[in-house]
Design a protein around this ligand. Structure first.
Ligand SMILES: Cc1cc2nc3c(=O)[nH]c(=O)nc-3n(C[C@H](O)[C@H](O)[C@H](O)COP(=O)(O)OP(=O)(O)OC[C@H]3O[C@@H](n4cnc5c(N)ncnc54)[C@H](O)[C@@H]3O)c2cc1C
Length: 368
């Protein structure tokens, strides 16, 4: 038996686990991350990080790393197919997932954090706080922080919530050599396409489509350019150029799980996609994971008591997650309108009223 009885055990070294690890370590709260993979890794795609998360990452001195490793686009240009609707100043950082996770990992290690790889969680005895892994290793720990993603085994073990279900949407993603200073969002019937620069020379493409077709065995499958083009159909020139400049293409089935009534139980707390996987149409899943980690570490540091921190964490996170979950679902309906009259009305509202800025202010404002 390995003795980590003074440590919060974090399962999963993704955005949620590493963020939580950094924010706890910054407050000198002992923690250890267990990751099933043999190293830190992330799929070949980009991610946009909005001010609600950027401001928190700044507290662990990562804003400069985000600027160095990612890209802050100047504008976001909205198109109805290839007709310009409006353009707004961008406030997001766009970065490759791999780079985001590696700067979080580097910061966690700098803060004195420890991560143990090749450890796949299998069970937790929450009365005796004994954690068991597939490699037959066992650890005595203080608390279990589940950051093991949408397919969370910890959520299955401790919260009766049903399996993840297909949302009805899939996303094609690729990264190509195609320099841009701005981001482009193409709205179309039953689909929307996102393009943003992640470095001075690379752009990331995400094409979200409404489709009944699910990937059977894996949620993520590598596909071909031809399949992408067939699935997506019409693309504006900038989107098309990025697709043609890309070499690898991934198709993601988008899955969700029902909203939870409880985020914690005895000695176990949920974070990130393990707690609240959402559709990605506002680019908020990873940002919420950062907010979760920051909130829990601050509440625990302020109260000095795990049970109090769990209660306050749930009270603070639930309404915000509920709001962003709802807005994210609604966003697909706005983005994918087919009816020409409704499209005209949407475009009018987007170009002639402050509707976009208001929505962003609502999402980007997070304080604790
Ligand atoms: C198409 C698409 C686009 C998106 N775009 C954005 C965006 O622009 N902005 C944004 O903020 N979010 C975006 N998201 C959402 C974002 O990717 C997720 O919300 C985020 O990655 C969740 O992080 P996580 O750490 O909770 O989970 P994960 O990233 O799934 O990490 C879980 C970790 O736990 C490990 N693990 C799993 N099980 C075990 C186990 N049993 N034992 C040990 N380790 C385990 C895994 O190996 C992994 O490292 C997007 C999602 C999709 C699908």
């Amino acid at each position: 038996m390995n003795d980590y009885s003074e440590n919060i055990a974090i399962i999963g070294g993704g955005i949620a686990g590493l963020s939580l690890g950094c924010f706890l370590s910054r407050k000198k709260i002992k923690c250890i991350i267990f990751e099933r993979s043999s190293h830190i890794r992330e799929g070949g795609s980009g991610i946009s990080i909005s001010p609600n998360a950027i401001n928190l990452l700044e507290k662990i001195n990562l804003k400069e790393s985000l600027s160095n490793e990612g890209f802050f686009p100047e504008k976001i240009n909205f198109l109805d197919d290839d007709n310009p609707i409006t353009s707004i100043d961008s406030r997001v950082c766009c970065i490759s997932r791999e780079k985001l996770v590696s700067i979080l990992y580097k910061r966690f290690i700098e803060l004195g954090g420890k991560i143990i790889f090749d450890h796949e969680y299998v069970s937790f005895d929450s009365d005796n706080k004994i954690l068991n892994f597939k490699n037959n290793q066992s650890y005595e720990v203080l608390h279990l922080a589940a950051c093991d993603g949408i397919k969370s085994k910890i959520r299955d073990d401790f919260f009766d919530t049903g399996k993840p279900t297909y949302s009805g949407y899939s996303a094609w993603r690729c990264i190509g050599q195609n320099p841009h200073r701005d981001a482009y969002l193409q709205l179309s019937s039953n689909k929307h396409l996102v393009l943003y620069p992640i470095t001075n020379s690379l752009s990331s493409f995400v094409g979200c489509i409404k489709t009944k077709k699910q990937n059977n065995e894996s949620w993520i499958a590598e596909g071909s350019k031809d399949e992408l083009i067939k699935d997506i159909g019409f693309m504006s020139d900038n989107h098309k150029e990025t697709v043609y400049a890309s070499k690898r293409f991934y198709r993601w089935g988008i899955y969700t799980r029902p909203l939870l009534k409880k985020y914690f139980t005895k000695n176990v707390t949920l974070f990130g996609d393990a707690a609240h996987p959402i559709v990605p149409f506002l680019g908020q899943g990873g940002c919420l994971a950062v907010e979760d980690g920051y909130s829990f570490a601050k509440l625990l540091n302020d109260s000095g008591n795990l049970e109090d921190a769990q209660n306050s964490y749930e009270c603070i996170r639930k309404p915000r997650v509920k709001m962003i979950t709802r807005l994210s679902k609604e966003q697909a309906l706005h983005n994918h309108i087919s009816n020409p009259l409704l499209r005209k009305t949407r475009n009018f509202l987007m170009s002639k009223t402050p509707i976009i800025d208001k929505q962003m202010d609502r999402i980007y404002r997070f304080e604790l």
